[in-house]
Structures are given as structure tokens and as C-alpha cells.
Design a protein around this ligand. Sequence first.
Ligand code: ATP
Ligand code: MG
Length: 161
Amino acid sequence: DCALAELLAPLLVSAKAIAQERNLQLITKVPRNLPLVRANTKALREVLNNIIDNALKYTPTGGKIFIQVGQEQDNLQGIAISDTGPGIPPEDLAHIGERHYRGVQAQTDIPGTGLGLAIAKQLIEEMQGKIEVFSPAINSIIASPKAPGTTFIIWLPEVEG
Ligand code: ATP
Ligand code: MG
């Protein structure tokens, strides 16, 4: 069992440092008394690192990243990571999570192997959770037509009782 606020705290500290370096605004909303989730802590840490790493590297300077915990749906707890980056076009969205798939970002000089999300998807499914992707972003951060952004939501089963 895993306490999300505790797991996230150190990840958010290092994300804040990288955000600052890249001149990105990182906004976080992580309530203290969340229900525990059923998760493999080490694997969940890797998944969060992958998705936060994407937000940090694909969002151009001056953008915003919003990490929010506390949504509940069908006994699942959601961790939402939104950004004001370029978004993922529909033709790429269909392939997200395939091994070695890189979208339009592959044509830029932003490095990557196209494995981060494939690994994330597999690890979360092993925990009986799921990952949703929305582009344009669906969270209440200010995205514009020029910066439609992306929202990833990681859903994990709550511990009952
Ligand atoms: P790796 O994570 O293995 O270093 P990667 O970032 O290219 O490489 P994934 O994390 O699996 O691979 O992401 C797959 C593709 O999805 C990316 O190449 C990019 O096109 C797109 N993508 C993922 N996250 C975002 C995001 N936050 N904004 C825009 N595009 C994204
Ligand atoms: Mg990645």
C-alpha cells in the first residue's frame, strides 16, 4: 500500500528544480489525507518520473505544469499531470504507449527512446490501474490554441476499509 503524498514529495522537489532551470512554472495540489492506493511503490515512482519527465521536456520555456491529486472515480485515485506544451496530435495519440513510438517530438532535437510511456502503461496495468491521456489538456491550467497541452491521469485502486 502506498501513500501518494509521501511518494510524490521528493519527486516534486526534483521536478521543481528542473522546472526552475527550464523557466517553467510547476503548480502542485496534493492534499495530505488521501486514501492509500494499492501500488508497487518503486514501479509507481518510475511511472511518475516518466510522465513528469515528458511534461518537463516537451513544454517550451515559459509554460506551466500542473500536478494534481485527489480525484476519485470508481474506487480509483487519480494523479493528473497537465502541461501547456505542444500537445499530442490525434494521429500520435492513437499510438501512445507503443514501444519505441515517438510522435512529432521525434522530429525535434528533444531526445528520447519512445519507451517511457510503454513502460508506464505496462507497470500501471500490472497494478490494476489505468492511464488516460487527453490532448488538448483538460485541467484548469491556461492552455491556448498555440499551446493546447496534454493531461495524463494515472488511476490506481484505493485500499478498501
Ligand atoms: P523516453 O521517455 O523513452 O525517453 P519519449 O519521451 O519520446 O522517450 P514516451 O515518454 O513514451 O517517449 O512518449 C512517447 C511520445 O509521446 C513522445 O515521443 C512524444 O511525441 C509524445 N509525448 C509524451 N508526452 C508528451 C507531452 N507531455 N507533450 C507532448 N508530447 C508528448
Ligand atoms: Mg518520455
